[in-house]
Design a protein around this ligand. Structure first.
Ligand code: NIG
Length: 386
């Protein structure tokens, strides 16, 4: 493999050291081989001048739901006309997903992943959760495994009572039994939608403990629509992350700050469901580890744009630009258990994976200073320019 020198970097954000100006970095064999001042850069096989633009790590999107079929724009339009967001809309997507072929589902995932990558995302988690029967969850998991970096089993997204006539007890037995067994070869984490209208904390605990017994990491959809108890449960069980966090008590914030559970906020979802913004500022001030993710899905947040999420976190949620960038990279990596080790992602470090993005702007401030303008003009994944 040829080595590549990226030079004339106006601002280099590594999230390991303070931002550098007039910087350069060397990519060799998929990894970063050298970081320093442009004037001191070593010779390489290829030299790319980025002419004063900004370079930073690629986004780590730690929460998406990309295995689905169908469209819910009518539901969105009704919501914008004043209807509340309700978890029940999930069933619409379940119907369409069950009816879709594997090729259709894989095609949608690939299309959205490519869109995310054009926006700077270089590492992405996705979930099952629109199958809710054994076979559709199994094939969703297999498709997700082929198309995403990290895969989460979300059989406990909703009880498909209206679709299948199944009650809570029988569905819990299915999710924690045959469904878990069927998806297990393809998934890394188990998740549960702990919310009124979905699963209460005790039902959620049962799901998570079954996943843990099967060797999976834990994640929770918690406190999206109310104080659901999801955050407390996630912290108690040492989950890798609890996502949404829109309705937190002071006790929830303190509990997260004292824990290793990442608080993942989903700004695009908060906007698209007209829910209050998650208290990202208070979480950071208390000392919690924060991640920002897109929550791309057809119901509550149909965007792959991590830049939109970062800009919103800065403009509406009170984060500083570097805080938001850190949450959308390092925070996501921690939430996915990928911040350390040889395959770590989320920061630019010598010896680490060369997963990075180039902005058509001189600094990361432009990510929020120029809201709505797609600034990423290049991504490198394992050192290969896309
Ligand atoms: O993370 N909250 C639960 N699940 C998704 C929404 C799914 C949907 O509305 O289709 C979420 O927002």
């Amino acid at each position: 493999m040829t080595s590549e020198l990226l030079t004339d970097i106006g601002e280099l954000t590594t999230l390991v050291e303070p931002r550098r100006h007039d910087a350069a970095l060397v990519i060799d064999d998929g990894r970063i081989a050298w970081i320093g001042q442009a004037a001191a850069a070593p010779d390489c096989d290829r030299r790319t001048s980025v002419e004063g633009r900004a370079v930073l790590p690629g986004w780590i999107d730690s929460h998406t739901h990309l295995v689905f079929a169908g469209d819910r724009s009518a539901e969105f339009e009704a919501r914008m006309a004043g209807q509340d967001y309700a978890a029940g809309g999930i069933a619409t997507t379940v119907r369409a997903t069950r009816a879709a072929t594997d090729a259709e589902l894989a095609g949608t995932l690939a299309r959205l992943r490519a869109e995310a990558e054009r926006g700077g995302t270089t590492f992405l988690e996705t979930k099952t959760g629109y199958g809710l029967d054994v076979e559709t969850e199994r094939r969703s998991a297999e498709i997700a495994r082929a198309g995403a970096d990290v895969v989460t089993f979300l059989g406990a997204h909703l009880v498909p009572e209206a679709l299948d006539g199944i009650g809570m007890r029988d569905y819990l037995d299915l999710v924690t039994g045959p469904m878990l067994t069927a998806v297990r070869p393809f998934v890394d984490f188990i998740d549960v939608f702990c919310e009124e209208g979905a699963f209460d904390p005790e039902q959620s605990r049962e799901v998570l403990l079954a996943g843990r017994a099967a060797g999976l990491g834990l994640r929770v959809h918690g406190n999206q629509l109310g104080e659901s108890g999801g955050v407390a449960l996630a912290v108690e069980l040492g989950a890798a992350s609890v996502d949404h966090c829109g309705h937190l008590s002071g006790g929830d914030i303190d509990a997260l700050a004292d824990s290793s559970t990442v608080a993942t906020v989903l700004p695009a979802c908060d906007i698209s469901t007209r829910q209050p913004f998650a208290p990202a500022r208070a979480l950071l001030d208390a000392g919690a580890t924060l991640a920002i993710a897109s929550n791309c899905n057809p119901g509550s947040s149909y965007t792959t744009s991590m830049q939109f999420c970062v800009a919103t976190a800065v403009l509406q949620m009170g984060l500083g630009i570097e805080e938001a960038v850190r949450a959308a990279t390092v925070g996501g990596a921690i939430a996915l258990g990928r911040d350390e080790g040889p395959d770590a992602v989320g920061r630019l470090r010598v010896g680490g994976r060369a997963d990075l993005q180039l902005l058509d702007a001189p600094s990361i401030a432009h990510l929020a200073y120029r809201p709505g303008v797609p600034l990423t003009i290049g991504t490198w994944v394992r050192g290969v320019r896309r």
